[in-house]
Design a protein around this ligand. Structure first.
Ligand SMILES: [Zn+2]
Length: 247
């Protein structure tokens, strides 16, 4: 079984932001435990004796307003924490990959950017499973796991309607179950997905590539196409890696 853990960055309704990003970490079931262990170890180095209770949430780490991150006064040290979490992913087994969809909201008027990104990633996940099947004769199924707090309205509704929506999209043949919601405090991989979404959001919203560049090699990539990253927009020519790889 393959798992795709998804989390979001940017608010679909905030007019002050241009982008909404949904992003995630693609792992084989047995690998999830080993990444989580690495993150536990890192948390313990930051807060000895209390590492297990630390939740990595990139925007909270960056702002440093709430505990325990308000105890790290230096902003650059907090940025290093986000980078270190991403490096755990960057250096992990090559079979652990990432997926992301960045939607330029103004390009699509009234269309729901959450739905657009969710459909895109479900489709990419399904195609990835098909590829694994054809390349390795490995008939694995997939499950999508979402942060419980993410889009309690639209994304949860979509998850509930998943079977009918997925059928409309024609893309759920390899997904074993409706998406599951977990508490991000209890899932290190959801926390990792949060950091991936944050890195992609910073890249597209602010042109800040320092997080994105750490993990860019982890996007699903095959035959010169960056299948793992989608940039949805009507802005004309774009030089981002997703648009460039598709010519
Ligand atoms: Zn682009």
């Amino acid at each position: 079984m393959y798992l795709l853990y998804l989390d979001d960055s940017g608010s679909p309704k905030n007019l002050g932001e241009k982008y909404f990003v949904l992003a995630g970490v693609f792992v084989f079931e047995r690998q999830a435990h080993f990444i989580a262990t690495e993150m536990d170890k890192y948390a313990e180095t930051l807060f000895p004796g209390g590492g297990r209770d630390v939740e990595f949430h990139a925007s909270e780490i960056f702002s440093g307003r709430s505990a325990p991150w308000n105890s790290i006064k230096d902003k650059n040290s907090r940025i290093d924490v986000i980078a270190s979490v991403l490096k755990i992913l960057a250096d992990f087994d090559a079979r652990v990959e990432i997926f992301a969809c960045a939607v330029h909201k103004d390009s699509f008027g009234d269309q729901d950017s959450v739905e657009m990104a969710f459909e895109d990633l479900c489709s990419r996940f399904d195609k990835k499973l098909k590829r694994i099947y054809f390349e390795a004769q490995d008939p694995q199924r997939g499950i999508i796991i979402l942060d419980k707090s993410s889009y309690e309205t639209s994304l949860q509704k979509m998850a509930l309607d998943f079977k009918s929506i997925g059928t409309r999209w024609g893309i759920i043949s390899n997904l074993a179950e409706v998406p599951l919601f977990v508490d991000s405090r209890a899932s290190r991989i959801i926390q990792l997905a949060d950091h991936v979404a944050y890195a992609v959001f910073r890249r597209f919203e602010h042109g800040d590539t320092k997080y994105f560049d750490l993990i860019a090699h982890k996007f699903d990539f095959k035959d010169d196409i960056l299948h793992g990253l989608a940039h949805k927009h009507n802005l004309g020519r774009c030089l981002c890696p997703a648009c460039m790889s598709r010519g």
